[in-house]
Write a protein that binds this ligand. Structure first.
Ligand code: AMP
Length: 209
């Protein structure tokens, strides 16, 4: 299965992606996680990406697609994959179509007013991508990832000012992908405002159907 998860920042793409990844034994590929890893490693890509990410702007399509193309060639992608946070522009979606054919696109729909609280209280695992919420979804041990035991941290771009810019970029640049994939009969939209478990039930039903 080759799946794209669409949705605003904080819609739950990463959380549901991990569940789907475990269930179907296919990797979740997050370009945001790849860029943050490059920043931590201090690579040239990381240095270039950091200033854009910190402002909530997009990294150029060509940079993203070169990184994604290389990742999709790895052997763990041979039975499928889940894309989280990519494509984010029509250009990226067109470039992706040249590389591979996507089976399904799942939009986890959450209106902006729900997002602010989720994101400003979010803490994430830099190693496995799991995310927690300091109020509503705390890890079992304070500051430690339940899944892999790594130290949790807040993302530098999860502040209110950057988030508002990320949401605006999402509506302008990424939402048009809904029509792009709906026209191909690949889009399914689910309500992401319910509890994680309730959303998971719907996600798995959709993938079975
Ligand atoms: P995310 O972890 O998906 O929220 O991504 C964090 C930031 O990384 C975004 O706000 C962008 O600056 C950058 N980024 C991640 N994926 C992409 C992409 N597909 N295209 C452009 N920029 C991206």
């Amino acid at each position: 299965m080759k799946l794209i998860l669409l949705g605003a920042p904080g819609a739950g793409k990463g959380t549901q992606g991990i569940i789907i990844s475990d269930k179907y034994s296919i990797p979740i590929i997050s370009t945001g996680d790849m860029l943050r890893a490059a920043i931590r490693e201090g690579t040239e890509l990381g240095l270039h990406a950091k200033s854009l990410i910190d402002k909530g702007a997009l990294v150029p399509d060509a940079v993203i697609m070169a990184m994604l193309k290389e990742r999709l060639q790895k052997s763990d992608c041979s039975n499928g994959f889940i894309l989280d946070g990519v494509p984010r522009t029509i250009n990226q979606a067109e470039a992706l179509a040249e590389i591979t054919e996507i089976d399904k696109v799942l939009e986890i729909h959450v209106p902006d007013e729900f997002i602010i609280d989720r994101i400003t209280n979010r803490i994430v695992c830099p190693k496995c991508g799991a995310s927690y919420n300091a109020v509503s979804k705390r890890p079992r041990e304070e500051g430690i990832c339940d899944r892999c035991g790594s130290k949790l941290e807040a993302r530098a771009d999860d502040n209110k000012e950057t988030l508002l810019e990320r949401l605006s970029v999402y509506h302008k640049m990424t939402e048009p992908l809904k029509d792009f994939y709906a026209d191909q009969g690949k889009l399914v939209v689910i309500d992401g405002t319910e509890s994680v478990d309730d959303v998971t039930v719907k996600v798995l039903e959709t993938l079975r159907g």
